[in-house]
Write a protein that binds this ligand. Structure first.
Ligand code: LLP
Length: 415
């Protein structure tokens, strides 16, 4: 949870909220650094190559921080390549994933010097061959395996049989003769991402078993595979009932599965590095009581954190001056809804929670907003993107300006 939100920091936040306005995102650099180190420590025996999934949070200051910890960048669009390079990632440390790359995106990647791509379908591999020929260069293509593993939430499950991602084991095997004929995009490895926000080791072990089986088979058949990328997906506890990811158990299982496999292992975590290092700070703008409950309206909403609306995700809401204990999900006599100002009934952070009395102008924080919040924000209702701050070296630093009003019309040609 948000352990770093100490009392002195809460006072600083109050000052910031008063002087600079709300809502804003606030990130904690030491937490991000410590997450990078935690992962590297647990995985030492496997000596993996690490890529940070830029989609979790693409802010330059955060990317730089993670790059300095020895991570490369996992990207899924030309835009993410552009940002990753601006953050100092070398093209050789960038891996271009995604199930639908356009020819323009592949060309852009090649022009920037990116040479590692995964592919989810044969036509996407053919695109790599074609572009490799056009640019007279060779790229390393990683075959994305759909491991056919079911994860709880349908939107976070990308590795089940129904999912649009990857090729099934059988499909991959059937394509071996064609893939062997590669001239510009030889098959450099197998890629397997089982899903996101996973809190137990078993899906990862199952994914590793299937992916290493395919790796062995491809090698046996003479394909030049060297890399086994086991994706991202390590979950974090959002809800108090959730426990931290069981890395020791995962490592124990992985050592057995990967023992003797002649592969360079890589991972591409996003959420685990940044989710708990971020909060969204909002201010109370309206309070009303209806017959059954209290409704607290704050100035941030689904435009800044769409996860509760989109996934039914739980995010702790911290009232000001309270001990930082997330609310228990109990039934209470007079519950509170903490909602946003956006014109959607799904615009809420928490429903039916016990909440202390607050007054207009008080700030509240929404916890675990470091991943997939700012990166999924929108201008719906023509709301402006909030400012973003990073706590680093004991100081609070602005890392992204609040979006200026005229920018809402920047993309419109003059009448
Ligand atoms: N690799 C691949 C191929 C992925 O598709 C993803 C995430 C990652 C790595 C990083 O996964 P992570 O370590 O962050 O779980 N918007 C959703 C999450 C979508 C994740 C999409 N893919 C959310 O807010 O929970």
């Amino acid at each position: 949870m948000t352990k770093w939100l100490t009392k002195p920091l809460r006072e600083k936040i109050q000052q910031l909220a008063r002087m600079e306005g709300t809502p804003f995102y606030l990130y904690h650099a030491p937490t991000i650094v410590s997450r990078c180190r935690t992962l590297k420590r647990y995985f030492t025996p496997l000596k993996p190559v690490w890529y940070y999934a830029v989609k979790a949070n693409p802010r330059l200051a955060i990317l730089r921080l993670i790059r300095q910890q020895g991570f490369g960048a996992e990207v899924v669009s030309a835009g993410e390549i552009y940002i990753a390079e601006k953050a100092g990632f070398s093209p050789a440390s960038i891996l271009f994933n995604g199930n639908g790359k356009t020819p323009q995106e592949v060309e852009y990647a090649l022009q920037q010097g990116v040479r590692q791509f995964n592919f989810d379908a044969l036509d996407q591999w053919e695109l790599l061959e074609k572009m490799g020929k056009k640019y007279e260069t060779s790229v390393r293509a990683f075959l994305r395996l759909n491991p056919c593993i079911r994860i709880e939430h349908p939107h976070l499950a990308v590795g089940d049989a129904e999912s649009k991602f990857g090729l099934s084991f059988e499909e991959a095997v059937a394509e071996i003769p064609r893939l062997k004929k590669a001239r510009y995009a030889p098959i450099g490895g197998v890629h397997c991402h089982v899903g996101s926000q996973i809190l137990s080791e078993e899906p990862f072990l199952e994914g590793a078993r299937k992916a290493s089986r395919l790796f062995r088979l491809l090698k046996q058949k003479g394909l030049p595979v060297e890399d086994l990328n086991l994706g991202g997906g390590f979950g974090v506890p959002y809800h108090p009932s959730e426990k931290p990811f069981p890395f020791p158990g995962l490592m124990k299982g992985l050592k057995k599965i990967l023992n003797g496999l002649p592969a360079q292992i890589s991972y591409e975590p996003g959420r685990f590095l940044v989710a708990e290092a971020g909060i969204l700070v909002c201010r109370v703008i309206s309070i009303k009581q209806n017959e059954r409950k209290t409704i607290v309206v704050v100035d941030g909403g689904l435009t800044e954190n769409i996860r509760p609306a989109l996934y039914g995700a739980y995010h702790p809401v911290f009232p000001p001056g309270e001990p930082l204990v997330p609310h228990p999900p109990s039934s209470i006599p007079r519950p509170t809804d903490v909602v946003g100002p956006v014109c959607e009934s799904s615009d809420f952070f928490a429903l039916n929670i016990p909440f202390p009395e607050v007054k207009i102008g008080d700030w509240i924080a929404v916890g675990n907003c470091g991943a997939y919040c700012a990166s999924m924000q929108s201008n719906y209702n023509s709301r402006l993107f909030p400012a973003e701050y990073l706590i680093q070296g004991g100081k609070v630093r602005l890392i992204r300006h609040r979006q200026p009003l005229p920018s809402l019309l920047f993309l419109e040609p003059p009448p």
